[in-house]
Design a protein around this ligand. Structure first.
Ligand SMILES: Cc1cc2nc3c(=O)[nH]c(=O)nc-3n(C[C@H](O)[C@H](O)[C@H](O)COP(=O)(O)O)c2cc1C
Length: 183
């Protein structure tokens, strides 16, 4: 028998659910840099996100260069968290590799990055890219077949935001058919 006490299954379930419920979008970051080793560890996890036909149409562009980061932080007014964050990550998917599913594939990889970052004590916020695709392609020298589906600011959190309100389950969950209450 191992000398190491293992977490019992019930405790682990609670911890994992708590982990999901405590992720927040973080928009204020400490100056502390994030090591490339940590970023690589996160991206290594993101490779395991599900994708249609396992086509994995994504690429991850880590933005550490302050000038490139500053240009991305100005793509629109809600991109400002990137100014303060030590790094950004762009998740882009090749629309030719997966024409029907590239957006959802990229969204899955993005969520994996956000959750892996959360597990490692880092904060992220998803910054909208889809109205500024060409601007971002130009800034990053991305081929036109690669659509930047998400841009994340990433760094050590310098705020602890309260949870944002959520719709009740009654409002959004049905049984068998739309509108049929889930009781
Ligand atoms: C597709 C998408 C686009 C978003 N765009 C922005 C954005 O441009 N700037 C920003 O500060 N937050 C952005 N967010 C973050 C949302 O505002 C945030 O997820 C939501 O308010 C819920 O808060 P929470 O993530 O803390 O639970 C975006 C989130 C998603 C999924």
């Amino acid at each position: 028998m191992s000398a190491k006490p293992s977490l019992d299954r019930e405790t682990l379930k609670d911890i994992l659910i708590e982990f999901l419920l405590t992720r927040r979008s973080i928009r204020r970051y400490k100056k502390e840099p994030v090591s490339m080793e940590l970023i690589k560890r996160i991206l290594d996890v993101a490779r395991f996100a599900p994708s249609a036909g396992n086509r994995q149409p994504w690429v991850f562009i880590v933005v550490a260069d302050p000038e490139i980061k500053a240009r991305l932080a100005k793509i629109h007014r809600w991109a400002y968290p990137l100014e303060e964050a030590p790094m950004g990550i762009v998740v882009a998917c090749n629309k030719d590799t997966s024409p029907d599913s590239y957006m959802v594939d990229c969204a899955n990889a993005t969520m994996y990055i956000m959750l892996a970052a959360h597990a490692l004590g880092l904060g992220t916020v998803w910054i909208q890219t889809l109205r500024n695709v060409e601007d971002i392609q130009k800034i990053l020298n991305l081929p036109s077949s690669y659509i930047p589906v998400a841009l994340l600011a990433i760094g050590y959190p310098d705020e602890s935001p309260a949870p944002k309100p959520r719709k009740s389950l009654e409002e959004i969950a049905y049984l068998n058919m739309f509108g049929n209450p889930l009781k």
